[in-house]
Ligand binder design. Structure first.
Ligand code: ADP
Length: 262
């Protein structure tokens, strides 16, 4: 099994076309930052960012934003992928972490954030970390020849939805399934030594087992490298970050394009 995470800025059409003939072998995980931004604008829900004291940024998922995230992922991003997959004859089933107990997460009930130069505590954030995966629903679908199409939210400890990072969710799913590969497709050639220099692509990138990760010039790539490390530590043998904008992005990734994390 290969777990493929498709970033929001990746053209979905080419990824879906490239999944033709791979039903039953691939789990597709997606986020949808552009859809979330657009829908929050349409609904007039403020999109805000939390900045941890160590400088890591994340979406402030207050109750209104949790609804926007859920609506954008399940009502816009996922149907678009399902339609494109159907158009290429790929039988696919859309799920969130709420289905079949797939993704469990612990919400951060209180977290420190830096606002106007001061550290304050935020208590209305409904995001958290994946604490468990029950992959049975994925196995059932894979065995029946479907491509599961998975996104946040996850199921919180009290049963309520919790927003989680899709890259890290993909890593947890790959580990739980015993997947051979995790491919993170994004709108960059791979991991760049210098984020501003597209020619500085790293063929391989060694991640320290703990502590800060290298080459993470933005929150997005930082989260990907953290996810990659989590997958490697959990025993996924091959993890890569690849360009989702290539004509056949998954084929290219499986052939060794992009950056292999180790
Ligand atoms: P996605 O939506 O695919 O999950 P993000 O936009 O969150 O992806 O993160 C990927 C982005 O991170 C890239 O498009 C790029 O702009 C940025 N980035 C930051 N540092 C690097 C780096 N060292 N190499 C490549 N991309 C980087």
């Amino acid at each position: 099994v290969t777990v493929v995470k498709c970033g929001g800025a990746v053209p979905a059409e080419a990824v879906c076309a490239d999944l033709a003939g791979r039903a039953g072998e691939v789990v597709l995980v997606h986020g949808g930052a552009p859809e979330i931004e657009r829908l929050s604008g349409e609904l007039g829900v403020a999109s805000r960012t939390l900045v941890s004291p160590s400088g890591v940024t994340s979406r402030h998922t207050d109750p209104a934003m949790l609804d926007v995230v859920t609506l954008a992922l399940t009502g816009r991003a996922k149907p678009r992928l399902l339609r494109a997959l159907a158009g290429h004859g790929v039988p696919a089933v859309g799920l969130t972490g709420l289905d079949g107990g797939l993704l469990r997460a612990r919400r951060k009930a209180a977290q420190r954030t830096v606002r106007d130069g001061r550290t304050v505590v935020v208590r209305d954030d409904h995001s958290g970390r994946v604490t468990g995966v029950r992959p049975r629903v994925l196995r059932v679908l894979l065995d029946a020849g479907f491509v599961p199409v998975v996104s946040p939210p996850a199921t919180g400890e009290d049963g309520a939805p919790v927003n989680v990072d899709a890259d890290r969710a993909a890593a947890a799913i790959a580990a739980a399934l015993g997947a051979e590969r995790l491919v993170l497709l994004t709108a960059a050639p791979g991991v760049l030594r210098d984020a501003l220099d597209a020619a500085s692509l790293l063929d391989r990138c060694a991640l320290p087992r703990e502590g800060p990760v290298p080459h993470a010039a933005s929150g997005g790539m930082h989260r990907k490298l953290i996810a990659a490390r989590e997958a490697l530590l959990a025993g996924v043998p091959r993890v890569s970050v690849c360009d989702g904008r290539l004509p056949r992005p998954l084929t290219a990734a499986l052939d060794g394009a992009g950056t292999t994390l180790e």
